[in-house]
Write a protein that binds this ligand. Structure first.
Ligand SMILES: Nc1ncnc2c1ncn2[C@@H]1O[C@H](COP(=O)(O)OP(=O)(O)OP(=O)(O)O)[C@@H](O)[C@H]1O
Ligand SMILES: [Mg+2]
Length: 260
């Protein structure tokens, strides 16, 4: 049996997937990227190998992706996140026509064709609003964890209006809502609405085609997914570990190359 690795060095998390030649995920890891991308790639690779019960020498091909892909000296090839998220998502959910990847530092909306081919995409990497960073800033301000934000926002009730599109101004709005004792749940709903409307304008640029799959860490937030489903008027596919979809796609590319 041959084994392959995909390493996605993101701005926030480094995600590694170990794959066999039958497309089976044998092990994976998700760690924080921290200050050194090369160290994170090394550590994440080691952890994923341990989870898979394999040694480094057994891995036949390695593809690196993500923002920090240039810092993975042991990768055989480097590919963009756009290609890797598309291939990963379409392997997991074969009718995927659109991928929405919301990471810590940027967000991407990709139109995907058959077999995960990229047909079109748009990306926001200029502004924190519409990225996971926006939610991190607000979670810290509200003293809630990222993990609980989704559930809190789904707890019925009203919704605070957040009118600023800018993270810094939205943060001031949150401070003033907190000062007026506005319920946290309603503020979080308002924040989720705000991030979804940012992403929605990107969705409209690309156009909605086929089934929609969300990847990246923000897909773990059930509130954001629910608001996005509302906007789309249809359900969204989310893999149980949405952060590893890009690394899975990278591993699939590594496997494809070695087959030729
Ligand atoms: N358990 C969780 N619940 C809710 N949200 C989460 C959770 N874990 C991470 N996130 C969100 O995911 C974001 C990070 O996503 P991800 O790990 O995909 O980023 P990345 O790939 O490192 O970044 P980028 O692709 O922008 O370089 C965080 O900013 C946070 O908002
Ligand atoms: Mg990413």
């Amino acid at each position: 049996m041959n084994y392959f690795a995909g390493i996605d060095v993101g701005s926030l998390s480094t995600d590694v997937v170990i794959l066999d030649e039958r497309d089976e995920i044998l092990g994976y890891s998700i760690i924080s990227t921290g200050a050194n991308s090369t160290d994170a790639a090394e550590e994440g690779f080691g952890k994923a190998l341990t989870a898979a019960g394999l040694g480094r020498g057994q891995v036949k091909g390695i593809v690196a992706t993500g923002y920090g892909r240039v810092s993975v000296p042991f990768a055989d090839r480097k590919l963009t996140e756009i290609s890797c998220h598309s291939l990963g998502a379409s392997k997991l959910f074969p009718d995927t026509g659109m991928v929405i990847d919301i990471g810590g530092q940027d967000s991407k909306v990709i139109r995907v064709g058959p077999e995960g081919k990229v047909l079109d995409f748009t990306m926001n990497d200029k502004c924190a609003a519409g990225t996971g960073r926006f939610l991190e800033v607000m979670a810290a301000k509200l003293r809630v964890s990222l993990e609980e934000m989704g559930d809190l926002s789904l707890r019925g009730g009203g919704e605070a209006r957040i009118s600023s599109v800018c993270t810094v101004f939205a943060e001031s709005e949150v401070v003033s809502l907190v000062a007026k004792n506005h319920p946290k749940e309603e503020i979080i709903r308002g924040l989720h609405r705000a991030i979804v409307s940012r992403i929605w304008s990107m969705v409209q640029t690309v156009g909605v085609y086929g089934e929609v799959t969300m990847t990246g860490g923000v897909a773990k937030n059930k509130g954001v997914v629910a608001f996005m489903e509302d906007k789309l008027g249809k359900p969204i596919h989310v893999y149980h570990e949405p952060q590893i979809v890009g690394a899975f796609g990278a591993a699939l590319f590594a496997q494809k190359e070695n087959r030729m």
